[in-house]
Structure formats: C-alpha cells, structure tokens
Design a protein around this ligand. Structure first.
Ligand code: MN
Length: 286
C-alpha cells in the first residue's frame, strides 16, 4: 500500500493516480501532524480497514491534492554516514569534496541524528540558507520504523520496518558537526508517500536515480550499501529506542553535488516512489 499525507494533514491511501481519504479511521484527539504516526502505531488494528479503502469510489485525483511530507514530524531521524564505498572515495583524497582528507566509513562513524524539524514534503522546497556555502544533495532510501524498536538483532530487524520512502539528506559542506550541517529547516525532504514493507521483498536490491534539472547525478543500487537495512536497525536500536514513524536515512551513493536556488531535484527509487523538490533561497526571517 502507498500512504500519503495531503491537504490539511489528512491521511490517504494512494490508488492508481488518486487518493482515498482514510483520516476518519484515526482518532480526533490526535494532532493532525501526528495522524500518520498514529496510523502506523495502530497498524495491526487498522490495516484491514485501510486496505478495504482500495475499493472506495470516493477518490480524489492526485493532481487535485497537495501532498505533504508523509511523516510531518518523526520523533527521531537517525542517519548513516558514508555507507557506500564509492561515496567514501569521492569525499576525500585528491579532488575529493574534502580535498586531501582521510574519510572513513560507517564502520567507524556509526551514525548521527538529524533534527526532526528538518522534514519537508513535496509541498515545500529545499531552502538554501546561505549563498556562500556549498549545499549538496544526497539521494537515500528512507526506512520508516513500525513500532517500539529496541535492541533488535539483525535477523529479526525487517519485522520492525513499516515501510520505505524516498529521502534526501541535504547537507551543507564544511567543518561543523554533521548534525548541525544536515539539520537546517527543509534539509530532509521525504515523499511523495510511504510504501508499506510488504511491497518491497528486498530493501537491499532497490535501484535509485537522482537528477538535477533532468541531468543524472546519482545512480546506484542499495545492493552496494556497506551496512544494509537489517544491520542499520540492529546498530541504531542498540543505542536508542526507535518508535512508530521514526526514520532511518540509509546513506548516499556516489555522485553527490551542489544545489543552487532555481534547481529542481528528482529522486526515483524503483518500487518506492518519485520525489520531486524545488530549491530556493531561504526566505528572510519574519
Ligand atoms: Mn547522508
């Protein structure tokens, strides 16, 4: 199933090129921005009713709704640093993004946390905070956690996945800590929807392609992840308790490059979704 958040934070099931509103299945007391998290939390009870909405006649064309980030405010976003070998190679050494630097991999760095407030959806834009700093795109597979996930071994990890989402880990290059450079507002675009885990037989065999203004920049397969999805869940759940709707950014392949205002970024992950984001200069604070 494909699940989206649209218009006034309503929750929808995507069927073909349309949306069936399933918001009424979710309790009124929940803040609209937490409806999807609530749906994921109560998925065991609600899943049959959401599935049944497939045959509803009451559909709205996707083109007539505004799609938002499918999880508007996850509690935690944990992310994998340098989790593809070819990306390690392009980041350091001669001609690297960090010229001459010795870059290690996830085996050394393990993980970092991004601010939850960096989430943005297809209804928004990636905002460049400063014209004199380099801002890069990083194409990533996002993993959506299904429920309380603590100290889970590798072989049981995939049971804790609710679904998958195209995710961009937008990054300012520089000397500051990763968590600072990657946590600016709008630096974690996700969407256009979540695909439930039952539709993805192997998260370690997904093709992805990122284009900027139509030009291919990143092409890869999740086969080349150094730590695959089960290993990431084992690693992060050993440190912190993850909950329904929390996100894991699995790391980016080679081909990262700068973005400037006016660009359009497109990330397609086969079987998951196609996220398109505009880039603009950050608005002056009110
Ligand atoms: Mn990344």
């Amino acid at each position: 199933m494909k699940l989206c958040v649209f218009d006034d934070y309503r929750v929808g099931l995507v069927v073909d090129q349309s949306v069936v509103d399933v918001t009424e299945l979710i309790a009124d007391r929940v803040d609209p921005r937490d409806r999807m998290t609530e749906l994921i939390e109560r998925w065991t009870q609600l899943h049959d009713r959401v599935r049944a909405a497939r045959s509803s006649e009451n559909r709205t064309p996707l083109s007539a709704v505004t799609l938002r980030a499918p999880i508007p405010r996850p509690r935690v976003i944990v992310a994998a640093p340098v989790n593809y070998q070819k990306h390690q190679a392009e980041m350091g050494g001669e001609g690297g993004v960090y010229e001459g630097a010795s870059i290690k991999t996830i085996e050394t760095y393990a993980g970092f946390v991004k601010a939850s407030s960096s989430i943005v959806g297809p209804d928004g834009a990636i905002e460049v905070p400063s014209a004199d700093r380099r801002i890069d795109h990083e194409a990533e597979l996002g993993v959506v956690i299904g429920g309380v996930t603590s100290r889970i071994p590798h072989d049981r990890a995939l049971r804790h996945v609710f679904g998958y989402v195209p995710l961009l880990d937008i990054t300012m290059r520089g000397e500051e800590d990763r968590s600072f450079r990657k946590s600016f507002d709008s630096f974690t675009p996700i969407g256009p929807w979540i695909v439930t885990a039952d539709e993805i037989s192997d998260p370690g065999a997904l093709d992805m392609e990122l284009r900027v203004n139509g030009e291919p920049r990143q092409r890869a397969s999740t086969r080349d992840l150094i730590y695959g999805v089960p290993r990431l869940i084992e690693l992060y759940s050993a440190a912190m308790t993850l909950r329904a709707g929390d996100l894991i950014a699995t790391g980016t392949p080679s081909g990262v490059g700068p973005l400037i205002p006016g660009d359009q970024v497109s990330l397609k992950i086969t079987g998951v979704g196609h996220l398109i984001m505009r880039v603009r200069a950050r608005a002056v604070a009110a």
